[in-house]
Design a protein around this ligand. Structure first.
Ligand code: KG4
Ligand code: ZN
Length: 373
């Protein structure tokens, strides 16, 4: 390893339902990124089943790691450190990755680095934009989190806003289930919204103009109420139009608050990361709003937005260079707090829960035309 290159790091991600292994050189050079998705296993249950996720990680991790090393063209012996997601996430799923990382590290006499999943999402931006430097505002939007963070310098974050209830990805998945789409719902809503009319339902923009916190549960309820009202008045609405209306409401709030946060902190840049950052309308509208406000936008390509091992390797490279390896006695921590300074982290992240939809649709004012199911 040369100083300018940074360490060669293998990163393992098993916090939810993607078995991911990536190899990077330093924080910025992506050498491989292999993800074994478990969508097929969870779709029939409409959400992630923790026991199934843990077992599937166990079954797929070895082959995924071998493939990642082969695609990177390196051997385990050449790796400088093994990084792994220690939390937050599903307990049984995290344990598999952490145990595998420790076993690899022991077997090959490599140091191991515990990585916070949220910091991993942020570092995904460096893999696509090696030139990126903070300060920035980071919007982290995933199945478990919705956070606005003042990204002051690498490794130094201050929490500006959090969700008061559901995470954005969770809201996407719940509304998708309500509409009869498959799992995961986010990509399905994204596709359907592209065919629909966003003005079909008049939905609220929760907490608009009220600081940097978010509330997504009310929006889901507003969708249910709007559909009930349509049903009782005998009107019908296309499923694609509901998806488009919901997505527009979410995107409006995310974009407005992110630009306002950049404004209030005076930063020149915005980072958007996490699974929901793969959303096409969010990407497009955030780009438009940032251009309008003279902000530089860093939004990783979709495959680096969703859970993956390369982002964990990148954050691991940073932590390894700054702090050295972790002791082998660290444990998976499902409710690991974000590495963010804040006056109050007690209401902070509590792990990525499976998106359990609450309640069925009251009657059906929906028509299925244009839907994919
Ligand atoms: O970051 P991620 O892969 O896992 C967690 O850390 O939670 O995010 C998964 C979430 C899911 O809720 C999924 O529905 C959502 O990201 N998602 C999307 C899209 N792709 C994934 N949501 C909206 N539009 C998308 N294109
Ligand atoms: Zn994630």
């Amino acid at each position: 390893m040369t100083e300018s290159d940074g360490p060669l790091v293998l990163g393992i991600e098993t916090s939810c339902d993607e078995t991911g292994v990536g190899v990077v050189r330093g924080t910025t050079r992506l050498l491989s990124n292999v993800v074994a998705s478990q969508e097929d296993l969870h779709s029939e249950y409409g959400g992630v089943v923790p026991e199934i996720a843990a077992r599937a990680h166990l079954e797929r991790l070895n082959a995924t790691a071998e493939k990642a090393l082969a695609e990177a063209g390196v051997s385990l012996e050449e790796v400088d450190a093994v990084a792994v997601t220690a939390g937050p996430g599903l307990a049984g799923a995290l344990v598999v990755g952490v145990a595998a990382a420790k076993a690899l590290a022991l077997a090959a006499s490599k140091p191991v680095v515990a990585v916070n999943h949220l910091e991993g999402h942020i570092f995904a931006a460096l893999l696509d934009y090696p030139e990126f430097t903070p300060p920035a505002v980071a919007l982290i939007v995933s199945g478990g989190h919705t956070m606005l963070v003042h990204f002051e310098e690498l490794g130094c974050y201050r929490l500006l806003g959090d969700t008061l209830d559901d995470a954005v990805g969770e809201a996407f998945d719940k509304v998708a289930r309500l509409l009869g789409f498959g799992f995961p719902g986010g990509p399905e809503i994204d596709r359907a919204a592209g065919r629909g009319h966003a003005s079909a339902l008049d939905l609220p923009r929760p907490m608009r103009g009220e600081g940097f916190d978010f509330s997504m549960a009310g929006l889901k309820t507003a969708v249910v109420t709007a559909l009930r009202n349509l049903h009782s008045s005998g009107e019908r609405v296309r499923r694609d139009d509901v998806a488009a209306s919901f997505q527009r409401a979410v995107v409006d709030v995310l974009v407005e608050k992110t630009v306002a946060a950049a404004d209030s902190t005076g930063v020149p840049s915005v980072v958007v990361c996490g699974g929901v950052a793969a959303n096409s309308e969010l990407r497009q509208e955030m780009k438009r709003a940032c251009e309008e406000s003279g902000l530089q936008l860093y939004i990783p390509q979709p495959r680096l937005c969703v859970d993956n091992g390369a982002m964990i390797a990148s954050a691991g490279a940073f932590r390894f260079e700054r702090e050295g390896p972790d002791l082998l006695d660290f444990e998976a921590n499902p409710s690991l707090l974000a590495p963010f300074d804040s006056d109050d982290l007690s209401a902070g992240p509590s792990g990525l829960g499976p998106a359990a939809a609450s309640g069925a649709l009251g009657g059906s004012a929906l028509t299925g035309e244009g839907g994919s199911h």
